[in-house]
Design a protein around this ligand. Sequence first.
Ligand code: AMP
Length: 189
Amino acid sequence: MDILLLGPPGAGKGTQGALLSQRTGLPRFATGDLLRDAVARETPLGLDAKAIMESGGLVSDDIILGIVRDQLLLPSARDGVILDGVVRTVPQAEGVEALLSQLGRQLDRVIFLDVSDEEVLERIDRRRDLEDRADDAPEAVVRRLQAYRSQTAPVLAWYDDRIGVSRIPAQGSVEAVAERIAEVLEASS
Ligand code: AMP
């Protein structure tokens, strides 16, 4: 089963993706984590991505699709994956569709974690105190939200027109949101 998690920054994709991975046994691939790792290790990819990430912009579609292709070819991805924060532009949605189709697969479920702007800002404020993420700096957050609205929000309509999107209210406790996601997946299985 291939599952895609969508949502604004701070919606809880990472947390819910990790729980979903435990629950389903499917590996979770998060481009944000893979990029942060590349930045920390100062690989050529990391050196390219660092400034863009710190400013809150989006890394190029070509780079992202290269990462996704590598991840989908891993043996652990054979039975499906949880793609977390991976699709942020319509060209990425098209690219992921093409990569999966080369493997004879397609996304089974697109899950959108729906939170208000107010809640997003509160969550990122809290995360800033806990994690040391350069892209959680206030000016970078403004840019990330702008990138989300202009480039990622249209992805929802793209999936609505093709396979449909399960919209999950993502406020409340981590457990409550995880339960809502589980219900949606069970209803579709
Ligand atoms: P995240 O941890 O998912 O919030 O990602 C952190 C940062 O990595 C983002 O603000 C972007 O700069 C970059 N990034 C992660 N995933 C993508 C993607 N699919 N497309 C473009 N940039 C991405």
